[in-house]
Design a protein around this ligand. Structure first.
Ligand code: PLP
Ligand code: TYF
Length: 396
């Protein structure tokens, strides 16, 4: 049965983790995978999460099946977070939200639903994008093509190219957009540029699929979510995937969601019924724990305030590390202007280093980033920054 089965390639990012684990260099630093570590290099377990879990332990609940679309209080919490609790779109019942297995699960549910809806549509992703975007939509049966995004020569976004590619897309094309904190480049378009993208999406009848895996890591929870409000204000039917992996540091719990904006309440109910079919035929219903924790935090004013403070700390620490990186590189003798690192936002920096330089960083200095030059600045800390700066300076 399996004699003709080929060995599939490893995930380029998760594969780096294995290589890192096997490295015996005592000064090794993992800037490969997109995970936030605190200044002690530890994966945080947020206080708000611990408090919610303690309350759950004090009042143990049996684990029946959840509804197909997940915990109602969770889905409502996501709607309020992403669209605003008092927004017309939520109050009028136009948003269908389902709990998903991480942001990846939200993307996959949306992809499967879209394939049924519009089987001949193409999907466009940014060049470059999170590589799993391509894989998820291809596996759902779509042809996936790129729209222009990063221009290596100018170390900025090729916005004219992006608009031109969207303008040339056939009606019905699904456009996957990073709502904030673009992975892998760290470059986001401006609010004014978002307005132009929305204009094209509307004029050309494209379908916007906003991937929001880093809400709160850019400028703030509401600030990062503002782009969603712009699409809604334009009267568009959009898809939004949400991930709490990073913002709650709950990577392994797989907590995410998919929200779809319909024209009215009745249409939203029909959409929800179809999302539930996708879920039922894939994994039946979501797991309980992570969703219960996030729902408890989002819906309790005290825990919610604690979460916002903790997320704020992560955001501020990343920004401080960006500045330290720029300063440290200069101190280590790098003469070229590296200030673009502080223009970038979120967990990643596209360093502009070549594949050869990234390989040298790994083999000679134990500093791990992706071959494309992406580094996770959220894994830098006061102890490893000097080694990272000296190592980068050595390969430049
Ligand atoms: N989308 C982007 C852009 C990401 O970087 C990630 C990262 O993990 C995801 C989606 C998936 O998130 P999750 O781990 O919650 O599935
Ligand atoms: O880009 C990253 O590093 C994160 C983590 O298949 C990740 O989004 C990477 C690869 C993958 C799943 C998650």
């Amino acid at each position: 049965l399996f004699t003709a089965v080929e060995m599939a390639p490893r995930d380029p990012i998760l594969g780096l983790n294995d290589q890192f684990a096997a490295d015996t260099n005592p000064s090794k630093v993992n800037l490969g995978v997109g995970v936030y570590f605190d200044d002690n290099g530890k994966l945080p377990l947020l206080q708000c999460v611990q408090a919610a879990e303690k309350a759950m332990m004090d009042k143990p609940t049996p684990r029946g099946y959840l509804p197909i679309d997940g915990i109602a209080a969770y889905d409502n919490g996501v709607k309020a977070l992403v669209f605003g609790a008092d927004s017309d779109v939520v109050k009028s019942g136009r948003v269908s939200t389902v709990q998903a297995i991480g942001g990846t699960g939200g993307l996959k549910i949306g992809a499967d639903f879209l394939k049924k809806l519009n089987p001949n549509a193409k999907v466009m992703i940014s060049n470059p994008s999170w590589e799993n975007h391509r894989a998820i939509f291809q596996n759902a049966g779509f042809e996936v093509v790129n729209y222009a995004y990063y221009d290596a020569a100018t170390r900025s976004i090729d916005f004219a190219g992006m608009l031109a590619d969207l303008n040339a897309a056939p009606a019905g094309t699904v456009v996957v957009l990073h709502a904030c904190c673009h992975n892998p480049t760290g470059y986001d378009i401006t609010a004014a540029q978002w307005d132009q993208v929305i204009e094209v999406v509307k004029a050309k009848n494209l379908v916007a699929f906003l991937d929001m895996a880093y809400q709160g890591f850019g400028h703030g929870i509401a600030e990062d979510g503002a782009v969603i409000g712009k699409f809604v204000a334009a009267g568009l039917n959009i898809f939004v995937s949400t991930s709490f992996s990073k913002s709650f540091s709950l990577y392994g719990e797989r907590v995410g969601a998919l929200s779809v904006v319909a024209n009215d309440k009745e249409e939203a109910a029909r959409v929800l019924s179809q999302l539930k079919i996708v879920i039922r035929t894939n994994y039946s219903n979501p797991p309980t724990h992570g969703g219960a924790v996030v729902a408890a935090v989002l819906n309790n004013p005290e825990l919610r305030a604690q979460w916002e403070a903790e997320l704020g700390e992560m955001r501020v620490r990343i920004k401080a590390m960006r500045q330290k990186l720029v300063d440290g590189l200069k101190a280590a003798g790098v003469t070229q202007d590296m200030s673009f690192i502080t223009t970038q936002i979120g967990m990643f920096s596209y360093s502009g280093l070549s594949k050869e330089q990234m390989i040298r960083l790994r083999s000679e200095f134990g500093v791990y980033g992706t071959d494309t030059g992406r580094m996770c600045v959220a894994a830098l800390n006061s102890k490893n920054i000097e080694h990272v700066c000296k190592s980068i300076a050595a390969v430049i």
